[in-house]
Design a protein around this ligand. Structure first.
Ligand SMILES: [Zn+2]
Length: 154
């Protein structure tokens, strides 16, 4: 059992205003800070809503291995669209994603092609189940110890 932790007060001020944007990406904690940095500073979306799960939007691309996740994410998305008035959805796939290499058993060079195609399929699916018009896709690539976000046409 971990030891009880004393109350911790975050120094980040609370802002109740919503930005009306959501992002769906992989829960891999090694790129979590990069996703935040890109969305908040690269796209200018502070306080965006997050849907994080292994493989991110892979579960919205029709793979039978992700059926259960698909139902859950559709439900979460529809909730956010209804109650947080989401008008923009950002989908991010990342290189070396274990969901693709392990669950879908894919390897390069096919791996990235499938991830990019999945962003396109997932964008169409998100539009169909939520009605949201503004949907963007990005691929996060490792470059010299950094993570670069490249736009993918969806
Ligand atoms: Zn991943």
């Amino acid at each position: 059992m971990p030891k009880p932790v004393a109350p911790y007060e975050s120094r980040v001020p609370y802002d109740a205003q919503r930005i009306h944007a959501a992002a769906i990406y992989c829960s891999d904690g090694r790129v979590g800070d990069h996703f935040d940095d890109f969305l908040q500073n690269g796209l200018g979306l502070p306080r965006y809503d997050r849907i994080a799960l292994p493989g991110g939007a892979a579960c919205l691309a029709g793979h039978p291995q992700a059926n259960l996740e698909e139902q859950g994410v559709v439900d979460e998305l529809q909730f956010l669209v209804k109650f947080h008035a989401i008008k923009r959805v950002v989908l991010i796939a990342h290189a070396r994603c274990a969901f693709y290499t392990e669950r879908l058993e894919l390897a390069d060079p096919r791996l990235e092609l499938v991830q990019r195609a999945d962003l396109v399929r997932a964008a169409a699916f998100v539009h169909r189940v939520t009605g949201v018009q503004m949907i963007e896709g990005f691929f996060a690539r490792h470059v010299d110890g950094r993570v670069r976000f490249e736009s993918v046409e969806v």
